[in-house]
Design a protein around this ligand. Structure first.
Ligand SMILES: CC(=O)N[C@H]1[C@@H](OP(=O)(O)OP(=O)(O)OC[C@H]2O[C@@H](n3ccc(=O)[nH]c3=O)[C@H](O)[C@@H]2O)O[C@H](CO)[C@@H](O)[C@@H]1O[C@H](C)C(=O)N[C@@H](C)C(=O)N[C@H](CCC(=O)N[C@@H](CCC[C@@H](N)C(=O)O)C(=O)O)C(=O)O
Ligand SMILES: Nc1ncnc2c1ncn2[C@@H]1O[C@H](COP(=O)(O)OP(=O)(O)OP(=O)(O)O)[C@@H](O)[C@H]1O
Ligand SMILES: C[C@@H](N)C(=O)N[C@H](C)C(=O)O
Length: 454
C-alpha cells in the first residue's frame, strides 16, 4: 500500500482542518508486528487495540486510526478519528482495491482454501504480479488486511475467504468483488452453526453473489449440492473433480509420500506433480489449473509452477522427530472429511516401520459431533495403524468404538488438557523408523506436540 494520509481522509470521507503531510506504506492491527510507515488499526479483541497505540508509535507507525467514543488521543502522531475502526478498515480496503484494480480470485470451501489459494497464486505468478492472503487470514479482519497490504503494482489478488456463519462470505465478497470465485468442496467444517451440509453449501455459494458479470465460477463438480446451486449462476462455470463429467479431471493419479503425480483430460501429454501427499490435493491443484487456464497461463508453465510449490505450513507436511521418526503434521485444523482423507492417504504410503496416529477432537460439529467422531471407526484398523492416540472429549466416543479393534496396549485416550501426558507417552513409544500422523482441530493445539517432538 502507498498513499498520503490526506488520501486516507478522503477515502473515509472525513473532513479535517489540517492533515499532516505523511505517507502511509502499509497497515497493521498488531503493534508487535508494526512496520515503519504503517497506519495502525486498533481493533477490538479480548482487549481494546487502543491500549497499544503507544506501542505502535514506538514501533514506527506513521499514523493511527482512533475510534471517536474513546478519550481524545495523545498527539504524538497523526490520528484519524472514525466512528468504528472495523468499518474504517473495510472502507479503506474497498477504496484501495478500486484504486489498484487487480483481478481478484476469491477462494472458499470447507477444506483446501489455503492450499488452493497458494497453488493459484503460484500458477498466476508465472506472468503476473500476484498478491495473496498471508497464512490463513481469511475473515473480516484477514480480508481487508490482505487487500490493504498488497503492493500498488499488484495485477492479481488471490483472497481466501473463511466463514463459520451464514452471511460472512457474502460480506467478504462484497469487499473483494471477485473476477473468479472458487469453491474447493463442501465438508462438515463448522456444521455446528448450520445443522446440515446443505446450509453450508448455501453459505459457500455466497461467494458468487458479488461475482463480476463477466466473471467465472470454478467449483467441485463432484459435489451434488454445488451442481444443483450452480444452475442459478449466470456466469461461465468450470468444474473440477474425479468424475469425467467435469471440465477438468485427473485421468491417472500416482500417490506418493512427499509428492503426488497425475495426468489430466485437458492436457494428456503433460505429467503434473505436486510436492505433497494426498489425492485431495490433486483436486486443489485441478481448481488452480482451471483458474490458470482461464487466466491464459500456458499448461507447461502451470506444470512447472505446481512442481515448485510451497504450501503454508501445518498442512499435510512431513517433518522429522528428534529421534528420526517421520511426522505427518496436519495440525492446522480437522473435520471428518479432512481426517478421513489424510487417513486414507497415509494408508497408501509405504513406510519402513510402524504407523501411529494421533487424532484430536474435530470441533464445531454440533449435534452431529458424536456420530461424526464415531464415523472415523471404519477408516482405522490395526492392519493400517499399529497404535492410536486420541485426545479430547469427543474422541472418547471413537475410543469406545475402537476398543473392539484395538487392545489397551495400542489404543489410548486423553482428556483435552492432557496434551503433555500424550506427548510424554508418544515420545516414549516412538521408534526411529516409525511414522506418526498428527491431526486435530486448531482448538486442540496439537502443534504443541509437534514442537516437542521435533
Ligand atoms: C482482533 C485480533 O487481532 N485478534 C487476534 C488476537 O486476538 P486477541 O483477542 O487475543 O487479541 P488481544 O486481546 O490480545 O489484543 C486486542 C487487539 O490489540 C492488538 N494488540 C495486542 C497486543 C499488543 O501488544 N499489541 C496489539 O496491537 C491485537 O492485535 C488485537 O487486534 O490475537 C490472537 C492470537 O494471536 C489472534 O488469533 C486473533 O486473531 C483473530 C482470531 C482473527 O480473526 N485474526 C484474523 C487475522 C484471521 O483471519 N485469523 C485466522 C483465523 C480465521 C478463522 O478462524 N477462520 C475460520 C472461518 C472464519 C470464522 C470467522 N467467523 C472468525 O471468527 O474468524 C476458518 O475456519 O478458517 C488465523 O489466524 O488463521
Ligand atoms: N480438497 C480437500 N478435501 C478434503 N480435505 C482437504 C482438502 N484440502 C485440504 N484438506 C485437508 O484440510 C487440511 C487443511 O488444508 P487447508 O488449510 O488448505 O484448508 P482450509 O480450508 O484453508 O482450512 P481452514 O478452514 O482451517 O482455513 C489439510 O491439511 C488436509 O487435511
Ligand atoms: C477458529 C474457529 N473459527 C475454527 O476455525 N475452528 C476450527 C473448528 C478448528 O479449531 O480447527
Amino acid at each position: 500500500m502507498k498513499m498520503k494520509l490526506r488520501e486516507v481522509y478522503s477515502a473515509l470521507k472525513i473532513q479535517a482542518d489540517s492533515i499532516a503531510d505523511v505517507e502511509i506504506t502499509g497497515v497493521c492491527f498488531d503493534s508487535r508486528k508494526a512496520q515503519k510507515g504503517d497506519l495502525f488499526f486498533p481493533l477490538q479483541g479480548q482487549r481494546d487495540g487502543h491500549e497499544f497505540i503507544n506501542s505502535a508509535i514506538e514501533n514506527g507507525v506513521s499514523a493511527t486510526i482512533w475510534q471517536s467514543d474513546h478519550d481524545i488521543p495523545n498527539d504524538k502522531i497523526p490520528y484519524v478519528v472514525v466512528k468504528n475502526v472495523s468499518n474504517a478498515f473495510e472502507t479503506l480496503a474497498k477504496y484501495y482495491l478500486g484504486k489498484v484494480n487487480p483481478r481478484v480470485i476469491a477462494v472458499t470451501g470447507s477444506n483446501g482454501k489455503t492450499t488452493t489459494k497458494d497453488m493459484i497464486a503460484k500458477i498466476l505468478s508465472t506472468n503476473n504480479n500476484v498478491a495473496k492472503t498471508p497464512q490463513n487470514f481469511n475473515n473480516e479482519i484477514g480480508v481487508p488486511f490482505t487487500i490493504l497490504n498488497m503492493p500498488t503494482n499488484t495485477e492479481v489478488l488471490v483472497v481466501e475467504m473463511g466463514m463459520d456463519r451464514p452471511g460472512q462470505i457474502d460480506h467478504l465478497s462484497s469487499i473483494a468483488n471477485p473476477d473468479i470465485s472458487v469453491i474447493t468442496m463442501i465438508g462438515e467444517a463448522h456444521i455446528e452453526f448450520f445443522g446440515t451440509r446443505d446450509k453450508i453449501a448455501d453459505a459457500k455459494m455466497e461467494i458468487v453473489v458479488h461475482l463480476q458479470e463477466d466473471g467465472r465460477f470454478v467449483f467441485n463438480g463432484d459435489e451434488p449440492l454445488l451442481l444443483e446451486r450452480a444452475k442459478k449462476v449466470n456466469q461461465e462455470k468450470l468444474t473440477f473433480g474425479n468424475q469425467d463429467s467435469n471440465t477438468l479431471y485427473a485421468t491417472q493419479i500416482s500417490p506418493g509420500k512427499t509428492s503426488t503425480k497425475f495426468k489430466t483430460n485437458l492436457w494428456p501429454e503433460l505429467d503434473f506433480e505436486i510436492p505433497m501427499m494426498g489425492e485431495y490435493n490433486v483436486n486443489n491443484a485441478l481448481a488452480a489449473l482451471l483458474v490458470g487456464k482461464v487466466s491464459h497461463i500456458q499448461p507447461e508453465a502451470m506444470q512447472k509452477a505446481l512442481s515448485n510449490l510451497f504450501v503454508t505450513q501445518n498442512r499435510t507436511e512431513w517433518m522429522k522427530a528428534k529421534n528420526g521418526a517421520d511426522i505427518l503434521s496436519d495440525v492446522y485444523n480437522s473435520n471428518p472429511t479432512a481426517a478421513i482423507e489424510v487417513l486414507n492417504s497415509l494408508k497408501e504410503i509405504k513406510t519402513a516401520g510402524r504407523k501411529l496416529i494421533v487424532l484430536g477432537d474435530m470441533l464445531e460439529l454440533g449435534d452431529a459431533s458424536k456420530r461424526l467422531h464415531e464415523s472415523l471407526f471404519e477408516h482405522i484398523s490395526p492392519d493400517d495403524f499399529e497404535k492410536v492416540y486420541l485426545i479430547g472429549d469427543y474422541m472418547k466416543f471413537l475410543k469406545d468404538k475402537l476398543s473392539d479393534k484395538y487392545d489397551s496396549s495400542n489404543l489410548f485416550w486423553y482428556e483435552k488438557d492432557q496434551l503433555a501426558d500424550l506427548t510424554t507417552d508418544l515420545k516414549k513409544e516412538l521408534k526411529p523408523d516409525d511414522t506418526v500422523l498428527l491431526k486435530g482441530s486448531h482448538g486442540i493445539h496439537l502443534e504443541n506436540v509437534l514442537h516437542d517432538l521435533i
